[in-house]
Design a protein around this ligand. Structure first.
Ligand SMILES: [Zn+2]
Ligand SMILES: [Zn+2]
Length: 280
């Protein structure tokens, strides 16, 4: 099959939005290319069958893909006892087909994808509260608790199938100079903001973030500063990331404490000093 050329563009201040030029051609092919990663880390471009779909699923052609550090950490050992998988879970693309329960008008829509997908069977899923699913699956990592589910391929492939709830229309951000797949980690941050508000009842003065110098924290910290958090304790392992984070937050209007995750004493002291109403 003919596939569009791989177009890798580093995202930075000069990023200019690149919109897909190619039409979706029907019928869709029976096979697709996918980067299959084997236990041990070997990654091979292979031809594999198109993803299966459940009745509530959509089939998405990934067009903008980010490489998440949490995937990178799993490239050698994979997840659980998997022998191989297709990674890639931060992406945006367009819907090219829908399952029988999904509105056909979605075909052609540009969507950003939430990689956790619902089991459809737990008490939350039965109420339609899919984002609270207790047995969710994760693209490329593990299947959901639904016995009809399977290990789904991630976005390092020509097509991905996932529940339609996980595909959120981008509403035009792809036309701005904004890399749409980055909407996914930002979405996680907004969700974390909601969880913090639910747990604390209000915006806390102090926030301790484990993994506080990772990629996700680059979104979370400025977001929580904008919500009014005054003190941040960023717990991390790995000096380069901590130094990088320090340089990123230096102009933000908040106080930052960096703690290596092994420095339990320092963390306990900070907890005593700061965390009377903090979220821990
Ligand atoms: Zn991720
Ligand atoms: Zn569920």
């Amino acid at each position: 099959m003919k596939s569009p050329e791989l177009n890798l563009i580093p995202v930075g201040v000069n990023y200019r939005s690149v919109l897909p030029q190619h039409e979706i051609t029907y019928p869709l092919p029976k096979k697709m290319k996918a980067w299959v990663t084997y236990k041990g880390g070997k990654t091979v471009l292979e031809e594999v069958p198109l993803p299966r779909m459940l009745a509530d699923d959509v089939l998405i052609e990934p067009l903008w893909i980010s490489i998440c550090a949490s995937d990178v950490n799993k490239f050698v050992s994979l997840v659980g006892d998997l022998e191989k998988t297709v990674f890639g879970h931060e992406f945006a693309g367009r819907v090219v087909a829908v399952g029988e329960n999904v509105d056909e008008a979605l075909v052609g829509t540009t969507v950003v994808v939430e990689e956790h997908y619902p089991c459809l069977e737990c008490s939350f899923c039965l109420k339609g509260e899919f984002d609270k699913c207790q047995r969710e699956g994760f693209l490329g990592w593990y299947k959901s608790g639904n016995p009809r589910d399977w290990l789904r391929n991630g976005a390092f492939a020509e097509f991905v199938s996932i529940h339609n709830f996980c595909a959120k229309p981008t509403q035009g951000i792809e036309k701005l100079d904004f890399f749409p797949s980055l909407a996914e980690p930002f979405g996680n941050t907004v969700k974390m903001g909601r969880i913090v508000r639910e747990k604390c009842g209000e915006v806390p003065e102090t926030l301790i973030i484990w993994g506080g110098c990772g990629a996700q924290a680059l979104y979370m910290v400025p977001y929580f500063v904008s919500m009014g958090v005054e003190n941040f304790v960023l717990v991390y392992r790995g000096k380069p990331a901590m130094r990088y984070m320090e340089s990123c937050v230096k102009d933000l209007d908040a106080t930052f404490f960096f703690v290596n995750f092994e420095q339990e004493d320092k963390l306990n002291q900070l907890k005593k000093k700061l965390a009377k109403d903090g979220f821990i």
